[in-house]
Design a protein around this ligand. Structure first.
Ligand SMILES: Cc1ncc(COP(=O)(O)O)c(C=O)c1O
Length: 377
């Protein structure tokens, strides 16, 4: 039973596998945005179709407001390194992943962190008291990779608008889990990854912008246009699409996006909420189990983070894996400030994270297994 879907989803739609095989067998795909011949154009059109379906999923009018990158880390590095300057001030949170924190640290900008409370909620009403003269950005995730929370983007955006901040949202853990209407958020940038809840191949992700931004080059190289210019083009998406992309995977990813569109994001969302609550309710009274993540009420993401008494998280995950064939993620989760908050730097945390393909039966089995392990320990 695979419950490490927040790291990457293992079970992909059949349509993705079929599309991959079809693409690998075809001799029709040249280097996109180079050469101009029919095989090059085929790849360009394939990539554009993926962007068109992503635009539909995220409710944006123009597919060219999407730049495809290798994953969310690349996207976040591009956006943060391109826009955030040393003399600026950024409001962010202690729930961020290292792919937000590290580029922010590297930027040298002044940073203010909003912490989360005992219900795993981040209080964005603290934004007004953190505003400085040089505050330029609010950068946060829509859901953390450990807490099971879902941040209220309407509220964050209302503050961003009031204080003229650019809103940058890391949707690595939520893209494909819930309906997200990016058209509602002018002056914002969203960064997604393809291999998690979008059920796409690894090596895919991207940046979606709503508005015009003064992007600068982070990487420079082949662009297929303006070859005599000493600088890489600054227009979007070319500014972040440097060199030959992972185009087979990007084209294949369209099958996953279409799967989500066909299945219906609300149906996916509902199933994820149901199985997460089922798991949470099933384990919450097991003696010795400590749950760190949010109680599944209102909005929440498909993550339940736990420990068993003082057992090292890696030991629990090893027992689950070796004895019961249950895969979870132990240890430190690339979200160091969350571990500091919970004082779990040494013990780590065992994360159960669910996908649309997980069933009630699997959830019930995992609950029974945890009950058994807890009894023995
Ligand atoms: C909240 C969050 N942001 C960013 C990332 C980085 O995603 P990727 O590994 O696709 O670069 C992750 C990955 O786990 C994540 O959980």
């Amino acid at each position: 039973m695979y419950f490490d879907n927040s790291a990457t989803t293992l079970h992909k739609p059949d349509a993705l596998k079929e599309k991959f095989i079809e693409l690998l067998n075809t001799n029709d795909l040249g280097n996109p945005s180079r050469s101009g011949h029919i095989k090059s154009q085929n790849s360009m059109m394939g990539i554009f179709q993926t962007k068109k379906d992503l635009a539909k999923l995220f409710h944006i009018a123009n597919p060219n407001d999407i730049a495809l990158t290798e994953n969310a880390s690349f996207g976040l590095n591009f956006v943060i390194k391109s826009l955030v300057k040393e003399n600026g001030h950024v409001i962010t949170t202690t729930t961020e992943h290292n792919s937000v924190l590290r580029p922010l640290y590297q930027s040298g900008a002044e940073l203010s962190f909003i912490d989360f409370d005992e219900k795993c909620n981040v209080d964005f009403d603290k934004i007004p008291e953190l505003i400085r003269e040089n505050t330029k950005f609010i950068i946060t995730n829509q859901a953390s990779n450990l807490l099971g929370n879902v941040n209220d983007l309407d509220k964050i955006h209302a503050y961003a608008k009031k204080y003229k901040l650019i809103m940058i949202i890391d949707i690595a853990q939520t893209a494909g889990c819930l309906d997200l209407d990016i058209s509602k958020y002018p002056n914002s940038i969203f960064v997604f990854t393809g291999h998690k809840s979008l059920y796409g191949p690894s090596g895919t992700g991207g940046i979606i912008k709503n508005g015009d931004f003064d992007f600068s080059n982070v990487f420079s190289g082949g662009s297929g246009v303006n070859s005599f210019d000493k600088n890489h083009p600054l227009d979007f998406p070319a500014v972040f699409e440097v060199g030959t992309s992972n185009f087979i995977s990007q084209i294949a990813m369209d099958a996953s996006i279409k799967f989500i569109l066909d299945e219906g994001i609300d149906k996916i969302h509902q199933h994820l909420k149901e199985i997460t609550k089922r798991f949470y309710d099933g384990i919450k009274d097991i003696e010795g189990i400590k749950i760190y993540s949010k109680k599944p009420e209102g909005e929440y993401s498909p993550i339940v983070s736990i420990n068993l008494k003082d057992m090292e998280s890696s030991e629990l995950a090893l027992i689950l894996d070796e004895k019961y064939d249950i895969q979870t993620r132990p240890g430190a989760h690339c979200a160091p400030l969350i571990h500091e908050h919970f004082a779990t730097e040494a013990q780590g945390i065992v994360r159960f994270s669910f996908s649309y393909f997980n069933t009630d039966e699997e959830i019930d089995n995992a609950i029974e297994v945890l009950r058994e392990i807890a009894k023995e320990y």
